[in-house]
Write a protein that binds this ligand. Structure first.
Ligand code: GDD
Ligand code: MG
Length: 356
């Protein structure tokens, strides 16, 4: 079985971070997000290849992921000539495949039992099976209504408040039979959510829902991206470096250079090669990416630093995200909600108070 990961979006809501780092390789701790998805796909032994459906910065993704040695599954790239929308992209990526396809939105973090979804799809002889998850406010998602037998009765993408009739939404995980793709025109933008799913309902095809009540998050906004780290660090999502029973609250992923009087309050994560200077303070829910440096007396808390970022002496950074290779000169202060794109420089004693 082939898995198609839809990863061609521009990641606009995560700008500036996604300007040079497309969403699939945005890091979660020190690994690209995509690897959390391939970890999930490896549950299904039948899956023998992952097809990445791309159009935005495929070069960056290919350079990082290659043929999938670190993903644990062979990875192939299908680059659309232009964005074809979710439906057009699925059809384009699965040319020549006539077996059931597993499709994953490239930004969902979940612990779902994929084997159980595959079983349901087969037992029900479904043309399409969609995973649903309950959320408090469905308006930012695809609302999905089902009947008592678990058949989809209505699919409504990004519903207006008055159209919200239930709390189950599209989790961005599907099993699809390629024979149903004949309705998708070739090389034309087409939406799986706004066109293909409603059409299955209209034609009364076997369109089955699988409701999962486990952990699920779309990491596609800054708040959700931060939330993902907090949930992983606080064991609300039982995967990643903090999942093991022996995981220390201050997790060092490799050799680090830490001053004896540096202070740590967990949970926090130090990637290999992190440097923490004398009397520096690393607060909870903080991630230091590979090769980051926190200088003497600096305070960094509830903050995610991407690789090779340098925080000089006496800086204070709270509740922020800093991209790769940023540089804060001494005594700079960065406040809550600030996001700095890669290669940003903040000069000494500057104050960036933030929006929260
Ligand atoms: N290849 C390709 N081409 N991929 C695309 C394209 C395209 O033209 N457009 C979007 N994608 C990819 C994105 O990279 C992302 O991984 C996935 O398709 C979904 O797009 P988002 O932009 O993240 O959509 P969303 O989060 O607003 O809504 C979708 O996901 C929700 C769950 O998180 C919808 O599927 C909703 O129905 C769903 O509830
Ligand atoms: Mg999304």
């Amino acid at each position: 079985m082939k898995a198609v990961i839809l990863a061609g979006g521009f990641g606009t809501r995560l700008r500036p971070l996604t300007l040079d780092t497309p969403k699939p390789i945005v890091p979660i701790f020190d690994r690209p997000f995509l690897y959390y998805q391939t970890d999930l796909l490896r549950q299904v032994p039948e899956i023998d290849e992952v097809i990445l459906s791309l159009n935005y910065r495929p070069d960056r993704i290919e350079a990082r992921v290659g043929r999938g040695a670190d993903a644990g599954l062979p990875v192939r790239y299908v680059v659309e000539p232009e964005p074809l929308g979710t439906g057009g992209a699925i059809k384009y990526a699965s040319r020549g495949i006539d077996d059931t396809i597993l499709v994953l939105n490239g930004d969902v973090l979940t612990t779902i039992d994929l084997q159980a979804v595959v079983r349901t799809h087969r037992e029900r002889h479904a043309q399409a099976t969609i995973v649903l998850t309950p959320v408090e406010n469905p308006s930012a998602y695809g609302l999905v209504e089902t009947d008592d037998q678990g058949n989809v009765r209505r699919f409504l993408e990004k519903p207006d408040p008055e159209d919200i009739t239930c709390n189950t939404i599209n989790a961005g995980i599907y099993l699809l039979e390629p024979e149903t793709f004949d309705r998708i025109p070739d090389d034309t933008p087409w939406s799986i959510e706004r066109q293909y799913f409603p059409s299955l309902v209209e034609r009364s095809e076997t369109f089955v829902a699988y409701v999962d009540r486990g952990y699920w998050l779309d990491i596609g906004t800054p708040a959700a991206y931060v939330q993902a780290h907090r949930d992983l660090m606080r064991h609300r999502c039982p995967v990643g470096p903090f999942a093991s029973d022996h995981a220390a609250p201050v997790h060092k992923a490799g050799p680090c250079d830490v001053a004896p009087d540096a202070q740590f309050e967990g949970p926090c994560f130090l990637a290999a090669g992190s440097v923490v200077g004398p009397a520096a303070r690393i607060g909870p829910e903080t991630v230091l990416g590979p090769g980051c440096h926190v200088g003497a007396g600096a305070v960094v808390e509830q903050t995610i630093l991407w690789r090779d970022t340098f925080v000089d002496a006496e800086c204070v950074v709270r509740d922020a995200i800093l991209g790769e290779r940023c540089r804060l000169d001494h005594h700079a202060e960065i406040g809550p909600g600030v996001i700095l794109g890669s290669d940003s420089t903040i000069s000494a004693h500057s104050r960036v108070p933030g929006t929260r």
